[in-house]
Design a protein around this ligand. Structure first.
Ligand code: FAD
Length: 389
């Protein structure tokens, strides 16, 4: 039986987070340090200092890393509260890609690697970037198409290739690079900036919540000592899965908060604005859109909580997090779309957060596996169950 009760630590932390987001973070949403690639590092550091003072910096981490050691279920409640402002996860150092990267390093890195690369990420001193996707005929939905190579040269590896859509690469202090090593793939940790790693350009994308935006990267004879191989040689694809299953679920948690925010803004508008002699909410067409939002929010919360429960039982949760990712990313986009509609012309302006939430949520149906790829994986599981050998 899935247990829907919340721990007191969880509800206390969620209340603290709600107050922090409302009173401290939301006033920053119009800060000029947010440009069309995202908030800059000056703003990030200022927000993270405030989260630290409130006892809310990286609350999910184990106690030895300065957090509260939250379970996945507890994380779900706190991350949903943090996501109510699109700056909330960044302020609390639980935003992508750092949160997923920290998780992977915590699970896989050696003690020395943790001290050198993970520690400054947990304190917010450094941001990180995960270099996996490639342009043209390289790795994307199909990671096996990986073209970037790492070739051994004495006690070093030399990496060559191109990556793109790399979130936060500009300004990051830690790079996590996936490269082909013969028949296998291996992940390498590097300090950034690095003389062999160049930012060709920052892409002009639809979203703007992640510092540094998303970049095209050149890897030109990047020399990496062998002790900077993450975990074991040849385990790159396995480690990517260690990162992805929980990371796609934490995306669902954070974006739930944003969808809730858009819905609350739409409800407030519909309860204030009149048309044809009555409030918008009293028009069935509008009321039904808000009702559909409530159902999408509730169903999304349930699939998140179920997947978190599975992870808390020590299972890999690959199927559950994959299902949750499709359900949530599609539900949130419907919610944001309805909110734009309820707000009318105001919905497409930047006068409320709804426009930006709508834009950012579109990309969620693509990263961490497009919906079609998750459906394809589910169909394969369905077939295996229906046609056992
Ligand atoms: C905002 C954003 C941030 C990102 N950040 C990072 C990052 O930090 N690091 C990183 O390495 N990558 C990052 N990515 C890249 C992301 O992981 C890829 O975009 C994603 O894996 C899809 O790969 P692709 O873009 O190459 O699409 P493609 O592989 O070219 O696929 C295109 C489309 O084909 C369809 N398709 C593919 N396979 C199937 C299938 N089996 N069945 C049915 N349809 C299919 C899907 O509709 C898919 O959307 C980011 C992407 C975005 C949008």
């Amino acid at each position: 039986m899935t247990d829907f009760s919340r721990t007191s630590r969880e509800t206390d932390l969620a209340s603290l987070t709600e107050a922090f987001i409302r009173d401290v973070v939301i006033p920053y949403e119009t800060d000029p340090r947010i440009d069309h690639h995202g908030p800059n590092d000056d703003l990030r550091v200022e927000l993270q200092d405030k989260a630290k003072a409130a006892g809310l910096l990286a609350p999910h981490l184990p106690r030895e890393w300065g957090g509260y050691g939250l379970s996945h279920a507890e994380q779900a409640t706190v991350f949903r509260a943090a996501g109510y402002s699109m700056l909330g996860p960044l302020a609390m150092n639980i935003a992508a890609p750092d949160e997923g990267n920290m998780h992977m390093l915590h699970k896989v890195a050696s003690a020395e690697q943790k001290a050198r690369f993970l520690k400054p990420m947990t304190t917010g001193e450094k941001r990180s970037a995960f270099f996996m996707t490639e342009p043209d005929d390289g790795s994307g939905s199909d990671p096996a198409m990986l073209k970037t190579t790492a070739v051994q040269d004495g006690n070093h590896w030399v990496i060559n290739g191109r990556k793109w859509l790399i979130t936060g690469a500009l300004g990051a202090g830690v790079g996590i690079i996936m490269a082909r090593t013969g028949e296998t793939a291996t992940i390498f940790l590097v300090d950034l900036p690095h003389e062999g790693i160049g930012v060709e350009r920052v892409l002009d994308t639809i979203d703007r919540t992640m510092p540094g935006g998303h970049s095209v990267i050149t890897l030109d004879a990047v020399r990496v000592p062998a002790d900077q191989i993450l975990g074991e040689f040849g385990k790159g694809f396995d480690y990517a899965q260690v990162r992805l299953a929980p990371a796609r679920l934490t995306h669902c948690m954070r974006w739930w908060g944003a969808a809730r925010r858009a819905h609350d803004i739409a409800v407030a508008y519909a309860c204030k604005r009149q048309a044809f002699g009555k409030l918008l909410i009293d028009h069935e067409g509008v009321g039904f859109m808000l009702a559909d939002n409530e159902m999408d929010l509730h169903q999304s919360m349930l699939v998140i909580d179920h997947a978190a429960w599975v992870l808390d039982r020590g299972e890999r949760g690959t199927a559950e997090s994959s299902l949750a990712k499709v359900v949530c990313s599609e539900a949130y986009f419907r919610i944001a779309d309805r909110c734009v509609q309820v707000l009318g012309g105001m919905g497409v302006t930047a006068d409320t957060q709804v426009q930006q939430i709508f834009r950012d949520l579109r990309a969620f149906r693509i990263y961490d596996g497009p919906s079609e790829v998750h459906r394809w994986s589910m169909a394969k599981r369905i077939k295996r169950a229906a046609l056992p050998r």
